[in-house]
Design a protein around this ligand. Sequence first.
Ligand SMILES: CC(C)(COP(=O)(O)OP(=O)(O)OC[C@H]1O[C@@H](n2cnc3c(N)ncnc32)[C@H](O)[C@@H]1OP(=O)(O)O)[C@@H](O)C(=O)NCCC(=O)NCCS
Length: 263
Amino acid sequence: MVDPRALRSSTIVYRPIKPSDLEALEQIHGDLFPIRYESEFFLNVVNGRDIVSWGVVDCSRPEGQSDKLIGFVTARVVLAKESEIGDLLNYDPLRIDQTLIYILTLGVVEAYRNRGIASSLIREVIKYGSSIPTCQAVYLHVISYNDPAIYFYKKMAFKCVRRLQDFYYIRGRHYDSYLFVYYVNGGRSPCSPLDIVAAVASYMRSLFKSLAAKVWKNEDMKIASSSRSSRWSKCKETNCLLLATQNKRIVSPDQSVGCQCVV
Ligand SMILES: CC(C)(COP(=O)(O)OP(=O)(O)OC[C@H]1O[C@@H](n2cnc3c(N)ncnc32)[C@H](O)[C@@H]1OP(=O)(O)O)[C@@H](O)C(=O)NCCC(=O)NCCS
């Protein structure tokens, strides 16, 4: 049990997970998750075999505890073409090397929660994914009743893109899961708001072009039939074209920020 008063003066350190973390890692997983993981999974984590991970310790804890894990995140790099979210990416079939980061487990022991530790861990994963040029997204599953985790991933700007029925089977019961995605390096859903805005912008551009052409034509006809000076007419045309450009700017792709595509 951790003394809450001691937490105020704690020194949180993020470091790689190492073989000596094996026991603590197994213990925290057992405490936090309803799913039992095989020994091989833990051995792979601590030895960095096909799994990337970050650990957290509180150096201000007494001797013997100061290097004991209080949080962790484990993840795996997977090929986009072999993943279940290939259809949610701006997938280029010619680029068979496109990858994703799949978060396997994330946990912080209870006494250390709500202090931004999991947020820091997830930011590390996102930074890692962004540093891999082929990486398109970071994604994960959350069991449908895990409200704190659902809240947490939404807060971290992950998009909830899918609900998978009966994804988990735990102690004789089925549970749904939510699929959360965070796009990196320009990887994005083919039906993302950005695409919709781009399509609307392109439509508006052609609409304004044809309107401008019509106005231009009318002005030419007016010039031919009126006795006004050509200089005044030109000025009016310029105004009209300027207005069209301004309208087009209203539909800028930047405005899609904050929207999400839920399948
Ligand atoms: C989800 C979890 C990793 C969050 O860890 P954490 O270190 O407390 O997260 P942070 O402090 O970075 O951020 C927590 C945010 O979620 C909110 N939150 C955390 N626990 C919460 C809870 N029980 N109920 C509601 N919101 C909660 C916090 O209020 C905070 O939001 P805020 O900054 O707006 O206040 C942690 O609760 C946990 O280990 N849960 C058990 C394991 C688990 O469910 N893992 C995720 C599934 S893979």
